[in-house]
Design a protein around this ligand. Sequence first.
Ligand SMILES: Nc1ncnc2c1ncn2[C@@H]1O[C@H](COP(=O)(O)OP(=O)(O)OP(=O)(O)O)[C@@H](O)[C@H]1O
Length: 123
Amino acid sequence: MNKSKDNFFIGRLKSIKYAAKGGWLLLTTEHSIIVQTIIAIIMTLVGFMFNISTTEWLFQIIAIALVITAESANTAIEYLCDFIHPEYNKKIGFIKDISAGIPFIAAIFAVIIGLIIYIPKFM
Ligand SMILES: Nc1ncnc2c1ncn2[C@@H]1O[C@H](COP(=O)(O)OP(=O)(O)OP(=O)(O)O)[C@@H](O)[C@H]1O
């Protein structure tokens, strides 16, 4: 194997290591992500309780992943905003509001998915 291939694989392995570190930091230090993770665990237990189908599991898992991913992106944008402009700034406020809209929209669709899965179980 030549040097450039070595560099490619070592580079990819390092990227995975940094990404895993980022995921771990989000899960262990960010309150919004911890809350979403707790909700994800509760919804997983509810899924087992109601014995939801494979298709329902797939949609529920996608909904959970969508919300946690969106919340993570929002967290990163908030940190970036605070780093580049810690003082009050109208544009930063606008960017943060828009960024907060990302998990908000994801959460709306996750709730819709949840309602579609669970409302029929009560009928
Ligand atoms: N530097 C700033 N300049 C102007 N407005 C800001 C600034 N920082 C925060 N804001 C306003 O306050 C809102 C909340 O910002 P904040 O950074 O506290 O996020 P948050 O949603 O409370 O997130 P978290 O709870 O994860 O810290 C923003 O959406 C924005 O409207």
